[in-house]
Design a protein around this ligand. Sequence first.
Ligand code: SF4
Ligand code: SF4
Ligand code: SF4
Length: 332
Amino acid sequence: MSGLTRREFLKRTLASGAAAGLVLSGGAGMARAASSQVGTFYDLTKCDGCGGTKTPRCVSACREENRSNFPDPVPPDRIEFYWPNKKKEDWQDRKDLTTRLTPYNWTFVQGVSVEHNGRRVEVFIPRRCMHCHNPPCANLCPFGAQSKSPEGPVLINKDLCLGGAKCRDVCPWGIPARQAGVGLYMKIAPKYLGAGVMYKCDLCYHRVKKGGVPACVEACPRKAIVFGDLNSVRETARKRAGEIGGFLYGDKENGGTSTFYVSPVPFEKINMELQAQRSKQPDPGAPGFPLMPVGVGNFLDSANGIMAGILVAPVAGAVAAGYAAYKTMKEG
Ligand code: SF4
Ligand code: SF4
Ligand code: SF4
């Protein structure tokens, strides 16, 4: 609508935000029927890191799949700093990096050597978003740019994301990665609002919603990644852990996730080894395996988390409504 003035745009934004807030605050943290959802199980007794190469098959399949479906974010040559922040995260010169999570690389494989029961065991661990059941990243996004899909994948709306990185702050594994100089903020107020767009694995949602299998699963030559109905995958992972006297991760962590790892060595030891690697070479895009006390859910279950959810909802509604008005204004 070409007649929409900036003042009208703001008025609509604030009014709709207040209304939307009521709906969103009630919806945060709602459980979904697990039976209709999908899950993934990484069998670490089978994964060999594709021989320890820097770009294993699952990683190259992910890059090819997502480049052809979602072109790389293309920021301008010179990205301005935005007020009041002096930090900008620009990965465009490191697009080829495959050894950590970046906006251009949504999965990678960690390798560790761990001493267990008197022997040294090499373990390779593919990493990406865990697609949590009650994801704090989605429920606490101040802009309402993330959501949990009915099938389970947790999705970022790149058209709505302002790159504030709240999702990364509240993710126990710090998964989402930011690219500066792209997205909505560049169109609205690049010097004052937002910082880019957050990117992460979306579990190949374009495939999953059509009943397909993620590209990384299809590409694995060792059948180390099992994908399917969440309950069956969880059972398979639990059974495998029992069979090998191994260790399970992802079932209870962060209040439960749809990604399960089974390892022949304790995750505590894997985590210690990863921490040692990181202290030698700090790398925030290489998550560990933090152990979370059983019985304690994720951040959203705490009093602070509930309050944060209530507080962010009106902002999310405001931004969603503002974006809709902005699009109308632009298209009109
Ligand atoms: S999961 Fe499969 S494709 Fe990926 S590193 Fe392991 S063996 Fe290779
Ligand atoms: S792993 Fe992190 S980014 Fe992924 S759904 Fe869970 S909280 Fe969100
Ligand atoms: S599920 Fe898809 S987006 Fe996620 S790591 Fe695998 S290939 Fe990449």
